[in-house]
Design a protein around this ligand. Structure first.
Ligand code: LUZ
Ligand code: MOS
Length: 775
């Protein structure tokens, strides 16, 4: 047999092995999850004498603090101390992008739920009792709760931004159809199962160790150091895993950790602060509500020639991540369509709500909802289906995005046509039509939702990560990265990478906690980029170790042969198993004093963006896909069910099919929830009304689609994706946007006089009104 052939055979065998690993790999966390053994902040074994803390927050959305009486609370037995801004040794400042957010209110409060003080007591129960004993006198100031009102009053977080391509004004002159309108999309509560929390412990020499439920350990470390006025090396932040983050812990896990550390700093005792659900709902920001206006122009062939939109983002009372979220709205304003003339702008409007923050999709979904609404409106007015317009405008290879990036390896049309073909769209549409023709009190609606999502932090300098890999002398492996496990399965992916490079069983690999002492200066686990960035760093570290080990093997086996590989825990020479096992190889390396530790750094190449021109190449690549959603509306009640969601998704070459499918399904349902049932309500005084799970409804087992089918689009993947396995965390959320329009179509089938509004979520109340309105 010629040498090449045997090589190929073995390679394909190896391929088959890793393919079966790809298919069979389960999220390794599932083993401890189902046994109840997974550790969260609340499971940390606390030291004897640990104090417990509760936050005292503003009972008004805007006002001047006239006086606060802590005397009764302080007198309560078991209360240790109450901390306010006066106890802050460093800066009373936690703003990440703009320095506009105090940890504790000083003379004014800016939102209902704004932290004013931290009550530290022997038990949480006592701290809560003490909170009720605090008296506060606030002179109320006018409250702004909507973005529109803020904009009218000139209350903005920063200067509005705009992207443009071509000449929209000129292009509108050549359009056969022009439509204008407005849209609203509401916020969304993250509802991570594990609420915000942290545990701080005093170490030697004024050092503090913080266990935090954060997506951004470095943000916690840096902000704690700033507030305490100490160097960053005095603060160690450790994260085992989160019970969900969804963006809500990218920036907003920080204040609670800082507060616990502040108390530890003063008391030299461990302090635990875990918000209960009510406190968490009231005090933390959510997805940004958006009020937007659009103008869309098309020609007779249904080509969109020009698109304008103004997005008003309800940022809340401080910047938080709002400017970055706003930016991503612009990046995704034209979704997966090519529009040659674009003019879009966004304003972060300062209101008296809790500062709104990152939420899966990060402003992208809000932008996409607007262009999809514009298309639906245009289709309705012209008398074609939305699908006709969507299909006529899908992005092509080498099209230009409004921000200057040239679209490469585009899968917009591929995924669209694959969805049509694989799911037999003619039959599906016929079924909907037949159903609607034969039923009078139930109607079905169908909608398509194509997606295109850019992968990378839009802030280029954030796109880097590190990995620290140790091979221990018994051949087991420990990996530390900046990746935070929050249920998305990133730890499993990191293990797969090491298992693949070293060709050892996954059981020999451990992912360590995410810790600022082992991996420093990290970006948060966010932007769907965690596996790419940390995975590439892990791959680099493992490969460097592998090269070193091969040198050891060559010496040990006295061969000059270049073709040394590690397979199934044995060194192979020219594809032939040698006597040298992985474990022996590691022992030999130790004896030869070869370093068995490697630290690697990865920074995404190619990306750049010039904010002065609003042009560049901000994304490593884009993720595409298409969903088809079918709903049935009960026209007596206004309730609805989702019969099916059919998706063709661009995974590239998925490295963990089960984990990635889980991300697609979870994101889809979260997107449907945002669009159809999750209704955040503040009253005009800025008080959160949807402050419990009795008044804030998220999808449950009864409301998820009856059937979800997801087919992988066969694509080449992308070299900047880890092992060509594309990022999967956020993009599929936007499949859920189709739910809104599917319901609209069902309403239209029942009531031809329905005057389409684009005001999400489409709750049953709104459906009912739509079914019976006659303007
Ligand atoms: N966080 C962030 C993100 O800081 N920058 C981003 O571009 C981003 N994108 C999505 C989600 N989180
Ligand atoms: Mo996020 S919205 O990727 O923290």
């Amino acid at each position: 047999m010629p040498k090449n052939k045997s090589h190929n055979t073995l390679n394909s065998e190896l391929d088959a092995v890793s393919k079966s690993l790809k298919k069979s790999i389960k999220n390794r966390d599932s083993y401890t999850h189902v046994r109840g053994e997974s550790l969260y902040v609340d499971d940390v074994n606390i030291r004897q004498g640990t104090f417990h803390a509760v936050v005292f927050d503003s009972p008004k959305a805007h006002g001047k603090i006239k006086s606060i009486d802590y005397s009764k609370a302080e007198a309560l037995e078991g209360v240790q101390r109450i901390f306010t801004y006066k106890d802050i040794p460093g800066q009373n400042e936690i703003g990440g992008i703009i320095a506009d957010e105090p940890l504790f209110a000083e003379d004014e409060v800016h939102f209902w739920g704004m932290p004013i003080a931290l009550i530290v007591a022997e038990t949480e129960f006592i701290a809560r009792k003490a909170r009720e004993l605090i008296g506060i006198d606030i002179e109320e100031l006018p409250v702004i709760t909507t973005a529109k009102e803020a904009k009218a009053k000139g209350s903005l977080i920063n200067k509005p931004r705009s992207f443009s391509l071509g000449d929209a004004e000129e292009a509108f002159k050549n359009c056969d159809y022009i439509f204008e309108g407005e849209t609203f999309s509401n916020g969304q509560e993250h509802l991570y199962i594990e609420a915000q929390g942290a545990y701080a412990e005093p170490m030697e020499n004024g050092h503090i160790k913080i266990t935090s439920s954060t997506q951004g350990p470095t943000a916690v470390q840096a902000t704690t150091a700033r507030v305490l006025g100490v160097a960053m090396h005095k603060i160690e932040v450790d994260v085992t895993r989160l019970g969900g983050g969804f963006g809500g812990k990218e920036d907003q896990a920080t204040p609670w950790a800082v507060m616990a550390a502040l108390a530890t700093f003063h008391l030299n005792q461990s302090v635990k602060l875990v918000l209960n659900r009510h406190d968490d709902l009231r005090m933390t920001g959510k997805r940004h509500p958006y009020e937007s206006t659009y103008k869309i122009g098309l020609n007779k062939d249904l080509k969109i020639l020009a698109y304008e939109a103004e997005f008003l983002q309800n940022a809340g009372a401080a910047a938080d991540l709002s400017p970055a979220v706003a930016e991503r709205t612009l990046f995704h304003a034209t979704n997966s369509y090519f529009v040659p003339n674009v003019n879009v702008s966004v304003a972060s409007c300062k209101t008296n709500l809790p500062p709104n923050t990152a939420f899966r999709g990060f402003g992208g979904p809000q932008g996409m909802f607007v262009i999809e609404s514009a298309i639906v409106k245009a289709a309705h007015e012209i008398g074609v289906t939305s699908r006709d317009i969507q299909e006529a405008n899908l992005l092509d290879e080498n099209d230009t995005f409004s921000y200057g990036q040239i679209a490469k390896l585009v899968e917009a049309k591929n995924s669209w046509h694959a969805a049509k073909d694989l799911f037999d769209i003619e039959t599906l549409e016929q079924e909907v039509e037949d159903f609607n023709n034969t039923n009078s009190s139930f109607k079905k609606g169908i909608a398509f939702m194509p997606i295109c999502f850019g992968i990378s932090f839009t802030n280029t300098p954030m796109n880097h990560a590190r990995a620290l890999v140790h091979i221990y002398l018994d051949g087991s492996v420990g990996i530390s990265t900046a990746a935070v496990e929050m249920g998305q399965g990133v730890n499993t992916k990191m293990m797969q990478i090491a298992a693949d490079v070293f060709s050892i069983p996954i059981e020999k690999i451990k992912i360590e906690t995410t810790n600022t002492t082992r991996v420093a200066n990290t970006s948060p686990s966010a932007a769907s980029s965690t596996a790419d960035l940390n995975g590439k760093a892990t791959l680099k570290a493992c490969k460097a170790l592998l090269e070193r080990l091969k040198m050891v093997a060559k010496e040990e086996l006295k061969t000059k042969n270049k073709d040394i590989t590690l397979r199934y825990e044995f060194v192979h020479i020219n594809d032939k198993k040698s006597v040298l096992s992985w474990t022996e190889l590691i022992s030999k390396a130790m004896l030869k004093r070869v370093a068995l530790t490697e630290n690697a750094h990865y920074a995404t190449p190619e990306i750049h963006f010039d904010k002065t021109k609003e042009k560049g190449h901000p994304f490593a690549y884009h993720v595409y896909g298409t969903s088809i959603i079918i709903t049935t509306v009960d026209c007596m009640r206004g309730t609805y069910e989702f019969d099916s969601v059919k998706i063709v998704h661009d995974y590239g070459k998925s490295m963990s099919e089960g984990i990635d499918l889980g991300q697609v399904e979870g994101a889809l349902v979260q997107g449907i929830g945002w669009m159809t049932m999750e209704e955040i309500a503040y009253n005009e005084d800025g008080k959160l009304l949807s402050n419990a799970l009795s008044t804030y409804k998220i999808p449950d087992i009864f409301s998820v689609p009856k059937r979800v089918e997801t087919l992988p689009l066969q694509t080449k993947g992308h070299d900047l994706a880890i092992l060509k396995s594309k990022a999967v965390g956020e993009p599929p959320l936007m499949y859920g946007i189709g739910a809104y329009f599917a319901i609209q179509n069902a309403i239209k089938a029942f009531n031809p006089k329905y005057d389409m509004k684009f005001h999400a979520p489409m709750t049953p109340e709104k459906v009912l009104m739509g079914l019976y309105e006659s303007p």
